[in-house]
Write a protein that binds this ligand. Structure first.
Ligand SMILES: CC(C)(COP(=O)(O)OP(=O)(O)OC[C@H]1O[C@@H](n2cnc3c(N)ncnc32)[C@H](O)[C@@H]1OP(=O)(O)O)[C@@H](O)C(=O)NCCC(=O)NCCS
Length: 195
């Protein structure tokens, strides 16, 4: 049996379930539990228990080296950024998680704490920053840059050369024109055209 590194998940909502599925499919990490609010302690998300609250991160880092933000994001990425910064300060390491059912070009670069979910495509020379969600079936085209703490939602298309500035949300099935800049903390509606 191969050794798997332990991984703590931060945020136990619906998005967490989808990320768990990706982590299990990838098979690199053993999920040790989930951190959420006090009221949810002892509850389960799929097969994994909510074992602690944010206040315990300083102790948890000594036991589990790796963490991953599994809180969802509809709109600005402020809460996910806050949790990422707290975990970084506590000393956690953030892996990159890539579904075996995604395609990521060997010429693309993906930074720590980002998940590439099932069916997503990240093409050549694309750059994805830290703590991003590239959700199920999203397409990040060649030379696109997605900066830190963004959520590219299900089936959204970020076309070639686009820059998505930090903390932005691109809704499901939205499409961007090529080589535009989406400003910081933008909310692009599901199904819309950004140009
Ligand atoms: C579905 C949608 C287009 C319209 O929904 P609605 O119920 O008719 O309208 P809402 O009450 O949600 O939104 C009203 C307004 O607030 C905006 N809004 C909604 N949630 C927002 C958020 N979290 N941050 C910033 N703006 C937001 C909407 O864009 C809309 O703007 P407008 O007044 O300029 O039209 C929009 O809410 C949306 O894109 N939601 C995200 C869906 C999605 O992609 N989910 C991702 C799943 S992975």
């Amino acid at each position: 049996m191969s050794y798997k590194e332990k991984l703590l998940l931060i945020g136990g909502g619906g998005h967490c379930k989808s990320v768990i599925d990706v982590i299990e499919a990838e098979g690199k990490y053993e999920i040790v539990g989930i951190v959420d609010v006090e009221e949810k302690l002892g509850e389960k998300v799929l097969d994994y228990q909510i074992i602690a609250t944010d206040n315990e991160l300083g102790t948890l880092v000594k036991k589990y080296r790796n963490a991953f933000i599994t809180l969802g994001q509809i709109g600005k990425g402020e809460k996910r950024k806050e949790l990422f910064d707290i975990c970084k300060k506590a000393g956690f390491n953030f892996p990159v998680i890539i579904s075996p059912h995604a395609y990521v070009s060997k010429h693309a670069k993906i930074e720590e704490g980002t998940v590439i979910m099932h069916g997503a495509i990240v093409n050549a020379s694309a750059l994805i920053g830290k703590n991003c969600i590239i959700n199920t079936k999203a397409l990040i085209e060649h030379d696109a840059i997605v900066k830190d703490h963004c959520h590219i939602a299900t089936a959204a298309i970020v076309n070639g050369g686009v820059i998505v500035e930090e903390g932005s949300f691109i809704g499901s099935n939205a499409v961007t024109k090529q080589y535009i800049t989406i400003p910081k903390n933008s909310f692009i509606k599901a199904g819309s055209l950004a140009k």
